[in-house]
Design a protein. Structure first.
Length: 108
């Protein structure tokens, strides 16, 4: 196969697919799924993807609220029956970790 037939070559410069990071928090209960996702997202570069697998039903609500407050984007949410799959893109203008820790829990 010649290099001009490689679909990877068709991407625009600066949009290289760096893949996604997987985070399996199945079996962990609130607040651990969101806390572990938050910790992992802080170590990623803006635009990187994190795929989270969670079984806690509360994560359906908590993950959406966390991402909205912290500046991340939920790309997709899939109900897999006994667990939920989230695909999250790390935001560019992410709230500083100290800002999040200073907020009362009710405001998150």
């Amino acid at each position: 196969m010649s290099s001009d037939q490689n679909p990877q070559q068709e991407q625009e410069p600066g949009t290289e697919d760096r893949g996604e990071i997987l985070l399996d928090v199945i079996g962990q209960q609130c607040p651990l799924p969101v806390l572990r996702a938050r910790k992992r997202l802080l170590r990623l570069e803006p635009g990187d993807l994190l795929r989270v697998f969670a079984s806690d039903p509360v994560a359906r609500i908590d993950m959406l609220h966390f991402c909205a407050e912290a500046g991340h984007e939920i790309i997709e949410t899939r109900d897999r029956g006994t667990w939920i799959e989230f695909l999250i893109r790390r935001g560019d203008q992410v709230s500083d970790e100290e800002d999040l820790l200073a907020k009362p829990v009710k405001s998150l």
